[in-house]
Design a protein around this ligand. Structure first.
Ligand code: PLP
Length: 393
């Protein structure tokens, strides 16, 4: 078997896509299914962004662009970074890729090889682990604990670094927990990383514009002492409700930038030209669309957490970021995956079992509250009825 076929056969993927497919299949059979499974905003991409793409197509932007992304978009990304994070970045450090996933694939490919170790959050975005496994490197899970508010522990992360560690992946605000790592913990992590100058860092900040109650988002980009080994990842998918457009961007240190550019040239060439121009409209245009979405997410967040905490055996923290709730279901007597599956098949509610995000996800479910308040209320009612009438498998 070709090596690459074998490598892909060994690795996982995002189960949210399988749950989405099953939910769609059930709906096609006439079943009423509420989908709290998939991690994508349920809003339409804001009109001015769509218009910018249409205009770009009409204006004849149909060709290849530089593999790094067009300069006006890279400049708009730098303005966004300066405005939101108060950090100066050169457009020459910015790469535009078709999504955050491709960016992390590039970064993990660069550092992963047999004999290497890569640290990643667990529970965390499942693609980290599958891509690490794909490269032959050893995936080293960093436990993300409920009692820490689902924040990274600097001490625990640093304790897992050894002479084989090549890359540490961080994610705050986080999928699947909604956890936001506070500044003190990031300060401690960065201070500790000084003792490991050869370890690179991939900071996935795709939810960086999505925090609640004034909770600050602390970016790894704001630490000059690690900039020479930091890959910073962001994109349009979540902030601007653009998951299907495939637009991600990242900041790379000079040592790895050229490799990232070559990876682009040798594979996808560039993100499509109209989408890049839509990205400029997203970043330079009015930001009230983001605020409007966040106000809606905030109301749903409170509704879902309050509703979950009223269910028998379920306890849920108030997430500080992203649009996920990660309730602890241990006291229900159910294991997470059988519960998620039974909720979909019997109660018509699609959620994801915590173990789909890593071994430390057992005992939890992930609910994406990218759904209307009505849908959320109905889903919670169905979950309550289910838990009261069914005995754990
Ligand atoms: N990073 C995290 C933590 C995510 O949850 C997701 C999507 O769910 C991504 C990256 C990928 O986003 P994109 O659509 O830009 O590939």
């Amino acid at each position: 078997m070709p090596k690459i076929v074998e490598a892909f056969s060994r690795i996982g993927e995002e189960n949210a896509f399988a749950v989405l497919a099953r939910a769609t299949q059930l709906q096609a059979q006439g079943r009423d299914v509420i989908n709290l499974g998939i991690g994508q905003p349920d809003f339409a991409t804001p009109e001015h962004i769509v218009e910018a793409a249409i205009k770009a197509l009409r204006d004849g932007h149909h060709g290849y662009t530089p593999a790094t992304g067009i300069l006006p978009l890279r400049e708009a990304i730098c303005r966004d970074v300066a405005r939101r994070l108060n950090v100066e970045v050169s457009p020459d450090a910015v790469m535009v890729m078709p999504g955050g996933k491709v960016t992390m694939f590039a970064a993990i490919l660069m550092f992963g090889e047999p004999g290497a170790e890569i640290l990643y959050p667990d529970p965390g975005f499942p693609i980290y682990r599958s891509m690490i496994e794909f490269t032959g490197a050893k995936p080293v899970p960093v436990p993300i604990r409920e009692e820490n508010g689902f924040a990274f522990s600097a001490q625990e992360t640093l304790s897992l670094i050894n002479e084989r560690t090549r890359l540490v992946i961080l994610n705050s605000p986080a999928n699947p927990t909604g956890g936001v790592t506070p500044k003190a913990e990031i300060d401690a992590l960065v201070a500790g990383l000084a003792a490991h100058p050869d370890v690179a860092i991939l900071s996935d900040e795709i939810y960086g514009s999505m925090t609640y109650d004034g909770e600050p988002h602390v970016s790894l980009l704001s630490y000059p002492e690690i900039r020479d080994r930091l890959i910073w990842l962001d994109g349009a998918s979540k902030t601007y409700a653009m998951t299907g457009w495939r637009l991600g961007w990242s900041v790379w240190p000079p040592a790895f930038y050229e490799a990232a550019r070559k990876l682009a040239v040798n594979s996808f060439s560039c993100v499509n030209a109209a989408t890049q121009r839509a990205g400029i409209a997203a970043l330079d245009g009015p930001q009230d669309c983001v605020a409007t979405m966040m106000t809606a997410f905030d109301a749903r967040r409170k509704l879902v957490v309050e509703g979950l905490n009223a269910l028998p055996g379920i306890r849920c923290r108030m997430p500080k970021g992203a649009f996920y709730a990660f309730p602890n279901i241990r006291a229900t007597g159910w294991k997470a995956k059988p519960l998620a599956s039974a909720l979909l098949e019997k109660a018509g509610v699609a959620v994801i079992g915590g173990p789909d995000f890593g071994i430390h996800g057992e005992g939890y479910l992930r609910l994406s509250y990218a759904a209307s308040q009505d849908a959320i209320s109905t889903a919670l009612r169905r979950m309550g009825d289910f838990l009261e009438s069914e005995t754990p498998l």
